[in-house]
Design a protein around this ligand. Sequence first.
Ligand SMILES: *Cc1c(COP(=O)(O)O)cnc(C)c1O
Length: 395
Amino acid sequence: MMRALMPNLPNWINESLAERQQADLIRKTVVLDQAQTAHAQIDGKPYIAFCSNDYLGLANHALLKKSLKKAVDKYGVGSGSSHLVIGHTSAHERLEEDIAAWLGYEKVMLFSAGYMANLGAVTALGHKTRDVVGDKLNHASLVDGAKLSDSRLRRYLHNDVSSCERLLKVSSEGSLLVTDGVFSMDGDMAPLSELARLASHYKSLFMVDDAHGLGCLGRSGKGSLALADMSASEVPLLMGTCGKALGTSGAFIATSKVMGEYLTQFARPYIYTTAMSPAMASVTSSSVRLLQSAEGDDLRGRLADNIAYFRQKMQAFPLELMPSETAIQPILVGDSSIALKMSEKLRLRGVWCTAIRPPTVPIGLARLRITLSAEHSLQDIDALIDALEYSLLDK
Ligand SMILES: *Cc1c(COP(=O)(O)O)cnc(C)c1O
């Protein structure tokens, strides 16, 4: 329960909290006293977790742990400075080159998080005279970037190419079209080829946020572009996070040399912040190598098998899945309080899946955002389905 600990706080603070509480929208931090794995110990009890973005189980991978320890011996723990002062080490340089080679881009710039990478690119490219056109379900960081850049944000209907075209038609020249590759709360994929064609026709810049595609989809885990058989030349700006399938943390923008130079000069969330830890950069290079190895293929194969198994098992179930072929398999519940109750019931059955509620998703579209990992066994998925069945009893 919420208690007023500081009586001299202005009223609106407590009022806002009370409002969220009333609507079942209060979020809580859960403390994990161990590594991020599909089998979590929370408050002393074992759970199978189905809500992490560690899709390939790399966050606790033995080889990567060893690689990080080695990197700490060489580079220490912190970067001590921004990239442009004295924080850019050979580990950062190497990671930028490794990602560029992996994804076929000329230039890669590292950021400390995906949120910052999106803010960086969109604030640098948006302007009050240039529009940002984006999918209605784009990630919050893309929306915030547009707001911060003072550009007009025009949002088209989710994955609706003609709605997007209508907005591009009336947009100022030199606008930015931006979309998630895989939508984080729905798991479906953007029609990237069509959007790229539109962007080129209307002389807009095109940017894709592939936080959830990278590592999981396409040949060598190159993500949504590879899956759609597209090349870097069709997507001048690609954002990727290292904190999801790559298992580490940080993020990057992959782009051309000239655009990289522009962002280096104008992307404030690149300039005015401490570079990611060099040890983290180094272990992320190992992760990128792993993704391109036979083991990477094997992990992606296991993830794909788990997704297929889950969807097939759910066919006989009274809950409808969303049209997603990715590791994100949400179950739409609607009401926030029901989503919370279902999540509590899952917990009673040893399954951990946090309810996702507004404002992360639109009002009335609360859901259980189930995410699958290569680490889950078929028995884990059976346990999930049993728990879902139990959660439906007199909900
Ligand atoms: C998670 C996420 C981000 C932010 O990345 P972080 O590295 O976690 O800050 C950006 N875009 C999308 C679509 C995401 O899902």
